[in-house]
Ligand binder design. Structure first.
Ligand SMILES: [Zn+2]
Length: 133
């Protein structure tokens, strides 16, 4: 993602456009017919100047009826990124027939729309379990 000075409104518009492109109206079952269930357990982290945002582990269950959309938002409310897109991580895990993967991702956004020089500090730790039919 390229960095530039934006107003909050421009930033919101850019994010909405990116999200619209990712919501393609596809379902997990159409795309990955061999998958029965995907469970993503994750913790997000973000340290702001105003103090740390409390973090907690969350769980997200994806079934064949779920939309093909694996984006988890960043904890930084002013972040210019739509968040953490796990699409390629999940896709390569399924192609390799893995049942469990874990990793970490750094946010690719900037701290705030008017702070192009400062990268967002948000991060995501995830463990993904995939059950096949
Ligand atoms: Zn962020």
């Amino acid at each position: 993602m390229y960095r530039k000075h934006m107003t909050e409104r421009e930033c919101e518009k850019t994010k909405q456009e990116q999200l619209r492109m990712l919501h393609r109206g596809l379902y997990v079952g159409e795309f990955y017919p061999q998958v029965e269930k995907i469970v993503i357990r994750y913790i997000r982290d973000y340290h702001s100047f105003a103090g740390d945002v409390p973090t907690e582990e969350k769980s997200w269950t994806i079934t064949p009826q779920s939309e093909l959309f694996f984006v988890i938002g960043c904890l930084n409310r002013e972040c210019t990124s739509i968040g953490f897109n796990l699409q390629s991580v999940i896709s390569s895990a399924i192609h390799a027939q893995k049942t469990e993967i874990s990793g970490e991702m750094k946010c690719d956004g900037q701290e705030a729309p008017d702070h192009p020089e400062q990268s967002c500090d948000g991060s995501l730790k995830y463990t993904i379990k995939i059950k096949y039919k």
